[in-house]
Write a protein of this length. Structure first.
Length: 658
């Protein structure tokens, strides 16, 4: 008898689902998209501009045999279930399968698996629907927009300045990085000073900070002001005020795509691409001792919503494990932020039966880390507030005041599972008017710091706040910035390369009305409206196209071409001139006959310049002049001890010879 056919995207997912279904089902994989836009027509866009932007598709190279096999399976089946991922991209893949496999005369249903467990899969098969063509049009519109902008700008920049690519979201993310670098360069540090009071209390080391005089705040701006305060202090330091105040601390919401990537970056130093690959495997299915199961729900989401079924399961679990006082329930409703789709639940464990410790033996170390993070955050988001007591101690000397604080956990609540990386250090007990024993006064010169560069986690957070991109695009955007050599990563921070800054500068010069935060966020909103059937997709594409093409033509005519810089040195392999090129680690010299000749000149290690000045710290080594090669001081001169790494002295100015 003919079987029912279930088509999913991933081979791993098909293996998991096949174990849940009986002999009446065959589960196969499309291995992602089976067709894409062609690269012919005007601009190579693969779009019929004159016919309402009708996309022109072709089957993806190398998938002919797969498509033939799928068609055979369709003929042998009595019903087809299109079970691609539950998002716009998955909806489009289902529509392409429907069209290519000829399902118009075949019983079919579109089903969504938000989690890969037996109960969820069986329930989804009972709740099939037709393909949502509005979602398909939204995905097509995004693809066409990205094709027109990406192809046009990439070709232009390749021709004019040698940059490898540009894109609707990618280039705005690059602009954020470059704009931050401009802020850092323009920043002028301001000097300020701190005075500290260090003392012991019952073996506790405490450090109070100077705050002012007789209730008024004092901001110390130089050494003279600081020394005047220190000089006015007497010997007796007395506890003049003790305050204690309780506050409630609310748990963080469950993880969504962006916060998952941020947390994994901050905690485990995972890049976004790695995080999503691990999450994909946890969603599609892991081989446990006696079964194969998807451990988490769908990992591409921007909603913090949790299902009522999971909340009830969590209530029973929390009450049993910790007590009824630890369960509170939902603290937040569905996300209401900018351009939030709220199509799926937050990322959560598919079942609380699979606690991290019980499945640890079936996971890699990194899978265990990410699963534990997801599991504990989802549970903690439903737990009671923590109650924290803030403690402050004010210390007085001749009217001058110092302050030190501490935190005491009164009720841990959700901190049982998610400590927010907080360190709650209570103060030891003090009495009012108590005198400190042998306190030590220290002073410290400081300077205001420039804005922080974007780390991968911070850039994703900023993109989410501004409504740029979608959960499925964050990891790809981060990866593209790095692989195109538009940014370097130094101490986990994004630093724009010379080519990255040039690319952003030229785009800003000619396409500032398109490559900007507002336009990109507004376009996401339009795509959402298309998915809801509230805007007509080809009309929105025409509005964009009619505005974009004149600007592109103007840029093509007027953008200055940056020519290669030739140097007076010949390639030792072929005799051609060497040229300066920009790479991941800055400028380098390479053969101008590339790609026929791939010679690259190796950089010579700079020889430190001797100064003859003895190191003021170790007094055995001598200072040498160096040039910083990375970080915020890149390119600047400094002086270091030649006994490094034994002596790590580094000075911005050369002291007088001793």
């Amino acid at each position: 008898m003919n079987k029912n056919l279930v088509i999913v995207e991933s081979p791993a997912k098909s293996q998991t689902i096949a174990k849940y279904l009986g002999d009446d089902f065959t589960v196969v994989s499309s291995k992602g998209h089976i067709r894409d836009l062609q690269t012919r027509g005007f601009g190579g866009f693969g779009v019929d501009i004159e016919n309402n932007f009708t996309p022109m598709y072709k089957n993806i190279a190398g998938k002919s045999e797969l498509i033939r096999d799928l068609k055979k399976q369709v003929k042998l089946s009595k019903k087809v279930y299109l079970a691609t991922d539950p998002d716009r991209e998955g909806e489009a893949i289902s529509w392409h399968l429907y069209d290519v496999l000829g399902l118009e005369n075949k019983p079919y249903e579109r089903v969504e698996f938000h989690e890969i467990t037996k109960s969820a899969v069986l329930k989804a098969l009972e709740n099939g629907r037709d393909i949502n063509i509005d979602l398909v049009h939204s995905q097509e519109s995004r693809r066409i927009l990205d094709r027109i902008i990406g192809f046009s700008l990439s070709k232009l920049l390749q021709k004019k300045i040698g940059s490898r690519s540009a894109g609707r979201v990618q280039s705005v993310a690059l602009k954020l990085v470059c704009d931050r670098e401009k802020e850092i360069r323009a920043f002028v540090p301001e000097e300020y000073w701190e005075i500290y009071l260090e003392f012991l209390k019952k073996s506790h080391k405490l450090k109070a900070r100077f705050i002012g005089y007789q209730g008024g705040k004092i901001h110390l701006t130089n050494q003279a002001e600081t020394e005047a305060v220190v000089g006015a202090l007497g010997e007796d330091f007395t506890v003049s005020l003790i305050t204690k105040k309780e506050r409630e601390k609310t748990p963080r919401p469950p993880l969504i795509t962006s916060t998952l990537q941020q947390e994994a970056s901050n905690r485990y130093n995972f890049v976004s691409k790695k995080t999503m690959m691990i999450a994909q495997k946890l969603y599609e299915g892991v081989e446990l001792t006696n079964e194969r199961v998807g451990l988490i729900t769908y990992m591409r989401t921007d909603s913090v919503r949790l299902s009522g079924e999971f909340v009830n399961e969590a209530k029973n679990h929390i009450t049993k494990e910790f007590g009824k006082e630890y369960f509170r329930g939902l603290h937040v409703s569905a996300a209401k932020g900018k351009n939030v789709q709220d199509a799926h639940e937050a990322i959560r464990p598919s079942s609380l039966c699979y606690d991290p410790e019980s499945v640890k033996g079936s996971l890699t170390a990194d899978e265990y880390k990410l699963y534990s993070l997801i599991y504990n955050r989802a549970l903690a988001s439903l737990m009671s507030n923590a109650i924290i007591e803030d403690e402050k101690l004010k210390i007085e000397n001749n009217g001058y005041e110092f302050e030190v604080g501490g935190e005491r956990v009164i009720f841990d609540g959700y901190l049982k599972l998610d400590n927010d990386n907080g360190e709650y250090q209570p103060l030891p007990n003090f009495e009012l008017n108590e005198k400190l024993i042998q306190p030590k006064i220290t002073t410290e010169q400081k300077f205001t710091a420039p804005p922080l560069r974007y780390s991968e986690a911070r850039l994703i957070k900023k993109m989410e706040e501004l409504g740029i991109g979608r959960p499925s695009t964050y990891a790809m955007t981060m990866d593209t910035l790095k692989t195109r050599y538009y940014v370097m990563v130094e101490k986990k921070m994004f630093v724009p390369t010379e080519q990255g800054e040039l690319t952003s500068e030229r785009l800003d010069q000619f396409f500032s009305h398109i490559i900007n935060v507002k336009y990109t966020a507004d376009m996401e909103n339009i795509l959402d409206k298309i998915s809801e059937g509230k805007k007509i997709w080809h009309q929105e594409l025409k509005l964009f196209y009619d505005e974009f093409m004149p600007v592109l033509n103007h840029a093509t005519e007027h953008m200055e071409k940056t020519y290669p810089v030739f140097v007076e040195e010949e390639c030792p392999l072929c005799g051609s001139k060497l040229v300066q090129r920009n790479g991941r680690f800055g400028r380098f010299l390479a053969c101008s006959a590339f790609p026929k000749c791939r010679y690259i000149k190796k950089k010579e290690t700079a020889v430190p310049v001797e100064t003859g000045v003895k190191c003021p710290n170790c007094e055995t080594g001598y200072l040498v002049e160096k040039i910083a090669t990375r970080g915020r001081t890149k390119g600047k001169k400094f002086y270091a001890c030649n006994q490094y790494p034994k002596c790590k002295t580094a000075l911005s100015q050369l002291p007088e010879k001793s």
